[in-house]
Write a protein that binds this ligand. Structure first.
Ligand SMILES: NC(=O)c1ccc[n+]([C@@H]2O[C@H](COP(=O)([O-])OP(=O)(O)OC[C@H]3O[C@@H](n4cnc5c(N)ncnc54)[C@H](OP(=O)(O)O)[C@@H]3O)[C@@H](O)[C@H]2O)c1
Length: 232
């Protein structure tokens, strides 16, 4: 497949490497300088790419996604922190006829962690345990808590009726760590997901691109994974 990448940062580089490992071609890659206000998303570039990856920052993503939706593009977006714009973006993709798959976390290991969090929240709070969540990311990550932490907290709240508190650490080069703890006065139980690098996010994002090509509409990554599990 032919890929375009918006966001020439850490994830842009990981996706380029993973795409080539899986036999795809990256036909263009845009940094912020070439794409002020989405100006780099020209008709010519978009017609060259089967799927466009969007990994930038929350403000840029909201603009880029609108431009991509209007052009009817097929997009994999992993940028975090723009959830407030989701209803508008969904509408724009529906009326533009393109496709979008989005996720705050494209790691398959994290997606399975959501299932473990759900099970933990079904088992421990009814037995008198309280939950809290700690997430750690590299110093450059702008949003806190992470989208993944907010998702885990929402799962725990919906299963147990109580939202866990979240502590966020932004330091060093940590690719991503989420620790969900259930504690009682006597003991504690921890569920930990520790990313070893960014390749796991890139693998999931490229898989999503392979999966969404030729489809229309808006999907969350977990939906595509669930459908794939159903078929296997
Ligand atoms: N969903 C997932 O699995 C997952 C995994 C990891 C990260 N993320 C998220 O993905 C996003 C990117 O992460 P990252 O680690 O790659 O960050 P990064 O290294 O800071 O890269 C972001 C890049 O986007 C560029 N950019 C900013 N505005 C742009 C625009 N309008 N057009 C094109 N490029 C633009 C930046 O360029 P300048 O440096 O010139 O501003 C920067 O190179 C973040 O929101 C992060 O939270 C998601």
């Amino acid at each position: 497949m032919r890929f375009g990448i918006v966001g020439a940062g850490k994830m842009g580089g990981e996706i380029e490497a993973m795409a080539s490992r899986r036999g795809h071609d990256v036909v263009w890659k845009l940094g912020s300088r070439e794409n002020t206000g989405g100006a780099g998303l020209t008709r010519e570039r978009l017609s060259d790419a089967d799927v466009v990856f969007e990994f930038t920052n929350p403000a840029a993503a909201a603009q880029n996604l609108s431009a991509l939706a209007r052009a009817g593009a097929t997009v994999v977006c992993g940028t975090t922190g723009w959830d407030g714009e989701l209803p508008r973006i969904v509408e724009e993709f529906r009326s533009g006829g393109g496709a979008l798959v989005h996720a705050a976390n494209f790691s398959v290991g994290v997606r399975q962690f959501f299932e473990l969090a759900k099970l933990g929240a079904q088992l421990y709070p009814p037995a008198g345990y309280a939950a809290y969540l700690v997430e750690e990311h590299h110093a450059e990550k702008r949003d806190a808590p992470s989208g993944t932490a907010r998702r885990i907290a929402a799962i725990v709240e919906s299963e147990s009726g109580t939202a866990p508190s979240i502590a966020s650490v932004r330091a060093g080069t940590v690719p991503g760590l989420h620790r969900l703890v259930f504690e009682s006065p006597e003991d504690e139980v921890e569920l930990v997901h520790r990313a070893r690098g960014r390749a796991g996010f890139a693998r999931g994002a490229v898989w999503a691109a392979e999966r969404i090509a030729g489809q229309r509409g808006v999907f969350e990554f977990g939906q595509l994974l669930g459908e794939a599990r159903g078929q296997s």
